[in-house]
Design a protein around this ligand. Sequence first.
Ligand code: ARG
Length: 471
Amino acid sequence: MSKLWGGRFSQGPARALEELNASISFDLRLAPYDLAGSKAHARVLHRAGLLTEPELEQMLTALDELREAVDKDAFPVSLSDEDVHTALERGLVEKLGALGGKLRAGRSRNDQIACDLRMYCRDHARAVAVGLVDLVEALTGQARRTADAPVPGMTHLQHAQPITFGHQLLAHVQGFLRDLDRLSDWDRRTSVSPLGSGALAGSSLPLDPVAVAAELGFDAPAANSIDGVADRDFAAELLFVTAMIGVHLSRLGEEVVLWTSQEFGWVELDDAFATGSSIMPQKKNPDIAELARGKAGRFIGDLTGLLVTLKALPFAYNKDLQEDKEPVFDALDHLKLLLPAMAGMIATMTIHTERMAEAAPLGFSLATEIADWLVRDGVPFRDAHEITGAVVAFCQENGRELHEVTDGELASISPLLRPSVRDVLTVDGALAGRRTPGSTGPGPVADQLATVDAAIPQWRTWSTAEVIPGL
Ligand code: ARG
């Protein structure tokens, strides 16, 4: 029997309880973190005089061996192990006999699991950040190549005003940079160690939660032992960030689906990042982009599910909290699949700039230029809007584009429309005129690229920094 709690029971658990209760099928992946916590705890027990020097050495060696076995997939577990903590204690006792049973002093599975999950989240959030930085780099590379490539900018999915494709790609980059910022801000708040909280009340043994926290890469131990074991804000908050990333990916995915459609024809995906149809040999499908759209549902579901589990839970630990892990694992696993695929798809796609340029002035997307020209002539915008609307109506009735209206026709629509208005009716002119910070003109887009270029190495450093020393 490997149970951690058999003493007061007259018989073993029913099979149905065991099957329901066990988390070993999904929490074994926490083993490296649990073992790191165990090594820190063993050192503290030694300093407290509860383990001799040789006992500590034996303990640390056995914990390292367990880690090796786990890494090599050579640590078999069974349902009766219940959870990762039970399984690893069994492994320790198998190696050390009675000495293996000493490690549990001053510790509970409640503070252990809270600590393990925090470490897991902090570690894997960095892996997500690596994926985000790669995607940002891919988007920025394509943005640099298309920084002055005109394309119709849309609102309501209707042609609105010409923009550059680079500017549109950088709009997606801005969201992903905020996601990176969210991760680092979240990490600062999550850098608190629950170890020392025990079951809920702390410990009567002379432990050293400050030293344990430092050894495991945390900034500080929990300020309140009840909060230490009951708090799952960190998991919910991380799932908000992953849901936000998922939503951002879905918006980019949707645009890629549109851009690669026959109707747009702006983008063609590389063969390595597109799929075919089993019946229609001509098809090239944007599956990655569609999965990005589709997976947003599960990321939002993971967040929603955990929040509902947490709602109205009394303090401190309740077994409900065992339900916190699978949504976290699910979100992190799927983001780690999705991000490299999206980055590869974006980095390798071919952008048909000539086709986008043809589309840029269509749909009267330069109408605002006429209105702004009138405003610069002193006409109130309200009147300028009306006059420009009349030009658009004239074009629609007569099957013309704005630049095809003659001087005479312009003058007959309004005497304020002098022939020189035609000078602003070019896409290049419209783009060049947008000079204010953050706009789509060549100058501001170059500034934006420079800022993003400077941010990328900083995020690269953050995302690859070691979180848990020596893990
Ligand atoms: N498997 C449990 C969980 O995931 C570990 C903590 C168990 N604590 C307890 N008091 N039964 O939450």
